[in-house]
Design a protein around this ligand. Structure first.
Ligand SMILES: Nc1ncnc2c1ncn2[C@@H]1O[C@H](COP(=O)(O)OP(=O)(O)OP(=O)(O)O)[C@@H](O)[C@H]1O
Ligand SMILES: [Mg+2]
Length: 484
């Protein structure tokens, strides 16, 4: 056989596979080219094709090509109208600035030697007898051996000690000092920080801490660190659009959960700046209309969906949802896609019909070698395959192409082929073989035949099998016994 790997590999452990997830998709050159444009230009994409041809794979690969999200979305408590929490968008820049500020507010750390004696004594560092510093959790001074905190001894001290909080060692010391420049007396706090450091908070940091605490309470509903790929499965309205959870206490100010805390983002919001993958888009039915609105507006309100719930009166407007829509459909369901949604996708994107086969040539056989290697590595539990085993697999790809497509070529219904690789791998594992051998692939092909193939083997054709079942089940003449 004349394909490029022919003399190059003995088994698939020697085959190199591309790192880029888009390059790992074989055969679908047209779709792959479009996918890279879609990722670069943030367009939409409709993938049409039969199961197992790489639709989900393409959507994931697009997501891998996107930049990291730069916006975090939070809902804020609205004191004037708690049922209408506000939305806040913070950029990466703002978040890092705030983190820096918070770090500054954390005060200055110093060694116990560098604070006044009375402070290091009260925080438990300094021995009151000899003046040396040691760890605050050590009671006996390592230098002079005496009780580090001993001041005056009470005769009942030992008896009472376990029941009393240690009055001689505190976590924080509040005091005052004179500001060096203004001469004004100001508050200063020394705080024990670990076993060998003291944090100093001056008036300014204390005021900043106060200001941060007074800030409006928030809940982050779409965090900065998130995946750029969100897939929606099924057709649940709350999954797609978000919800406001129920609170049995109706958001009561003391025992209830305030409305902003109960807001949950939908898939359209979680996919903000990323890919929203909708498999079987026609199964969304009436929800397609909402999807269309979300794509037009790039923002969509989150409201309580259950009218019986206390969440129903809560609504957060203008929650951003700027996503790339990658939708999949099979050919038969194309006319169930909402026409305006369909035209919206094409208006700002592409639609592509996936190939079900590729010509049988050296280059494409090479691609199947790459595919086999990828599947083995992705599975992680099966050994590599020998050259002969891959060859048997390519023959199967050819046979299947003839069977389903009725053309000479190599099938691209690769999920089925991947099933055979796994099964052959399992046989190899069962036999403790070092590699997947040709015979294991052949056994797997035999075992992995579809039910249609098994029927047509047994009855000549699926149609005849159906007929014979009907004859056995319904057209059987009643026996004498049944009649009487
Ligand atoms: N073009 C391809 N290149 C590489 N691997 C593929 C390709 N097509 C399918 N596969 C393999 O088949 C598996 C299934 O592919 P995928 O989930 O993308 O199919 P799908 O088109 O989304 O199918 P469905 O319509 O059933 O959701 C993949 O995990 C991959 O192992
Ligand atoms: Mg899929």
């Amino acid at each position: 056989m004349d394909y490029a790997y022919v003399n190059v590999f003995e088994n698939t452990s020697q085959v190199k596979i591309p790192k880029d997830p888009l390059q790992q998709i074989i055969g679908q050159q047209n779709a792959v080219n479009l996918a890279s444009i879609v990722a670069k230009q943030r367009r939409n994409l409709l993938l049409v094709g039969p199961p197992g041809t790489g639709k989900s794979l393409l959507a994931q690969a697009i997501a891998c090509h996107l930049a990291k999200p730069t916006q975090e979305i939070s809902v804020l408590h609205n004191p004037e109208n708690p049922e209408r929490p506000a939305i806040e968008i913070r950029t990466t820049q703002q978040i890092t600035n705030e983190q820096k500020k918070a770090q500054q507010v954390q005060g200055k750390n110093v060694k116990p030697e560098n604070v006044p004696f009375f402070v290091s004594e009260r925080l438990g560092f300094r021995c009151r007898k000899c003046g040396s510093n040691s760890k605050p959790n050590v009671n006996a001074c390592p230098k002079c051996g005496s009780d580090k905190f001993a001041t005056s001894k009470s005769p009942f001290g030992d008896l009472l000690a376990p029941y009393l909080e240690d009055p001689r060692r505190s976590d924080r010391v509040h005091t005052t000092r004179q500001n060096e420049t203004t001469g004004v007396e100001e508050v200063i706090v020394y705080e024990r920080d670990g076993v060998d450091s003291i944090r100093i908070l001056d008036q300014k940091s204390l005021e900043q801490i106060d200001a941060i605490k007074k800030k409006r309470p928030r809940k982050v509903i779409v965090p900065l660190k998130r995946k750029t790929f969100v897939a929606i499965t099924g057709s649940s309205e709350t999954e797609l659009l978000g919800d406001v959870r129920h609170d049995p206490y109706g958001g009561h100010s003391q025992i209830g959960t305030p409305p902003y805390m109960r807001v949950v983002a939908g898939a359209i919001h979680e996919a903000h700046e990323g890919v929203l993958f909708v498999d079987e888009i026609s199964s969304l039915q009436h929800l397609q209309r909402y999807l269309l609105t979300a794509m037009q507006e790039r923002k969509f309100a989150i409201a309580g969906k259950n009218p019986q719930s206390s969440g129903a009166i809560v609504r957060v407007d203008d929650v951003p949802c700027d996503f790339i829509l990658v939708a999949a459909s099979n050919i038969n369901d194309l006319n169930h896609i909402l026409p305006p949604l369909h035209s919206r996708i094409i208006g700002n994107g592409y639609e592509v019909l996936l190939d079900t086969w590729m010509p049988d040539n050296a280059e494409n056989r090479d691609k199947l070698v790459q595919f086999t290697t990828q599947e083995i590595i992705r599975d992680g539990k099966i050994p590599h395959a020998t050259y002969k085993a891959v060859e048997a697999l390519i023959e199967e790809a050819k046979r299947r192409c003839q069977l389903t497509e009725d053309v000479q070529g190599l099938t691209l219904r690769l999920r089925e082929l991947s099933g055979i690789i796994r099964m052959a791998g399992d046989i190899a594992v069962g036999k403790s073989a070092e590699f997947i051998e040709e015979e294991f692939v052949k056994q797997a092909i035999q075992r992995g035949r579809t039910i249609e193939e098994q029927l047509s083997d047994k009855y000549g054709s699926v149609w005849k099998a159906g007929l014979s079942e009907a004859t056995l089940g319904h057209d059987k003449k009643p026996s004498q016994k049944e009649v009487s």
